[in-house]
Design a protein around this ligand. Structure first.
Ligand SMILES: C[S@@+](CC[C@H](N)C(=O)[O-])C[C@H]1O[C@@H](n2cnc3c(N)ncnc32)[C@H](O)[C@@H]1O
Length: 230
């Protein structure tokens, strides 16, 4: 679509005004992904692999939708018929999950306190508008703690990205999603590096794999990958 001369004029004027205002950070492009380019590349490849299997996609802990947009732009190209479920509190961590990190997992430093206080400036409306801005219609967002959400029993997933950082919600997400995963499908658990403020994700994955007799890989330093045998 070609913009008219007036549209180009107003667009330029607004952007120049923003540049010279305190709103400059909102104008300039900033890399906002929580994943490196190499990690995004691996996520994309894993999505392609999973999309060959029956079932929907889901992301537990979608925050403002950065990775949701990325993966859905890819789905537009490879599997446009897939549904995509996006869950988040849209208000940051749950108090009981944070208390568990502090009281049971010893995350009590000042740096831990900052990390456990992130992601609270968010809104499901912002998320939904972000999808609309990017022309994405297959995503349904649910504002809920994963512990409180029951997937309809007939739901089937081929791909799940669990990105909730802490032990309790990762444990809950794995328990809920694994039975719904189609054989040949896979789960990616973010933050599986050891000795890290968010290493509760890794602990939940290790325990889940041991209980179910599964093995997992950790790729690109932090993406845990659990495959359901075909
Ligand atoms: C690291 S961010 C997710 C980033 C997102 N996947 C992306 O790549 O842009 C973690 C998200 O998990 C959400 N979260 C934390 N605990 C949760 C819980 N118990 N249930 C649902 N969402 C939770 C937070 O609100 C936050 O938005």
């Amino acid at each position: 679509m070609t913009n008219s001369r007036w549209e180009i004029f107003w667009d330029g004027l607004v952007k120049r005004m923003l540049f010279w205002s305190p709103l400059r950070p909102y104008l300039l492009h900033k890399y906002r992904y929580a994943f490196s380019p190499a990690q995004l590349a691996r996520l994309t490849t894993l999505a392609t692999e999973a999309a060959r299997t029956d079932g929907d996609f889901c992301e537990i802990g979608c925050y403002r939708g950065y990775t949701t947009v990325w993966l859905n732009r890819h789905l537009n190209a490879i599997a446009p018929h897939k549904r995509y479920w996006a869950l988040d509190t849209f208000g940051g961590f749950v108090a009981a999950d944070v208390a568990h990190e502090q009281q049971t997992r010893g995350k009590n430093s000042a740096a831990d306190a900052r990390a456990l206080d992130k992601f609270s400036i968010n809104s499901r409306r912002w998320f939904d508008r972000t999808m609309a801005l990017n022309g994405i219609t297959r995503v349904t967002a649910y504002a809920t703690a994963v512990q409180d959400f029951d997937f309809p029993p007939a739901t089937r997933f081929c791909f799940a990205l669990i990105d909730v950082d802490l032990y309790l919600p990762t444990q809950a997400a794995l328990a809920k999603l694994w039975p719904l995963l189609t054989p040949g499908g896979l789960v990616v658990i973010d933050d599986c590096q050891t000795r890290h403020v968010y290493d509760g994700s890794r602990q939940a994955l290790e325990e889940f794999a041991a209980t179910h007799g599964l093995t997992f890989d950790v790729i690109e330093n932090k993406l845990g990958v659990l495959r359901k045998p075909a």
